[in-house]
Ligand binder design. Structure first.
Ligand SMILES: C[S@@+](CC[C@H](N)C(=O)[O-])C[C@H]1O[C@@H](n2cnc3c(N)ncnc32)[C@H](O)[C@@H]1O
Length: 214
């Protein structure tokens, strides 16, 4: 997708995420645990979640705009335990019909999208009423001094180094402002994930789209 090429970051992320997987795999499993039916995964990167989808998932539409990461995701999809289709696209304009998905998955991506409100509105659009958004994201620190450091990094070098990543976003707040109800939220830190500041702390949880599940 034009404007989403980050060749250096993509190669760096593919390598470091492989190294981080020993710590992250358990969190990815809990992120996806209990999902059923049709899932859309937004900003799938190299496809590190794919191995952890439970067999009750009937299909995953994995959207990834960065060409190198998308290629790695296509390879990972061939070894996934459930059918995964990897396609080009962006979170702010998801290539899926209204109310076509039982769940949406966002892991370490709402930090990087250009417009988190638009991305969350799109996830809400493609989810069925009462559908689940599962998220695993690094977010703004609670301590004001750390938040200030994150904000100044976000205004300078962090997005350039991290393929558009922002360290200081209030992602739980953005999820609620998009009309989702937070039904489970756990805060994690470096001791849990190995991810250091400024990409810490992290949150993992579930939010529910408005409406009754059919
Ligand atoms: C830090 S990586 C995380 C990848 C993967 N979700 C994971 O858990 O390892 C961030 C990902 O978000 C993708 N991304 C950035 N902007 C995006 C956008 N507007 N729409 C969809 N994906 C985007 C990047 O290409 C990259 O794959």
């Amino acid at each position: 997708m034009a404007g989403h090429r980050h060749p250096l970051f993509a190669r760096f992320y593919a390598r470091t995420s492989t190294l981080m997987e020993r710590r992250l795999a358990a969190h990815r499993r809990s992120l996806l645990d209990g999902l059923t039916g049709r899932v859309i995964e937004v900003g799938a990167g190299p496809g590190a979640n794919f191995a952890h989808y439970p067999p009750e998932v009937t299909g995953v539409l994995a959207v990834e705009p960065e060409p190198h990461l998308r290629g790695l995701a296509q390879t990972a999809a061939r070894h996934a335990p459930v059918p995964v289709e990897v396609i080009d696209g962006i979170a702010e304009r998801l290539p899926a019909d209204d109310a076509s998905c039982d769940a949406a998955v966002a892991s370490l991506v709402l930090c990087s999208v250009t417009d988190p409100a638009a991305a969350l509105a799109e996830m809400r659009r493609v989810l069925k009423p009462g559908g689940r958004l599962r998220f695993f994201e690094h977010v703004a620190a609670e301590a004001p001094a750390r938040r200030r450091v994150q904000k100044s990094l976000d205004a300078t070098v962090w997005p350039l180094l991290g393929g558009g990543c922002h360290a200081g976003r209030d992602t739980a707040g953005a999820i609620e402002r998009a009309g989702f109800t937070l039904t489970h939220l756990e805060r994690l830190g470096r001791a849990d994930t190995g991810m250091p500041f400024p990409a810490a702390p992290q949150i993992i949880g579930t939010a529910t789209a408005p409406g009754e599940r059919p």
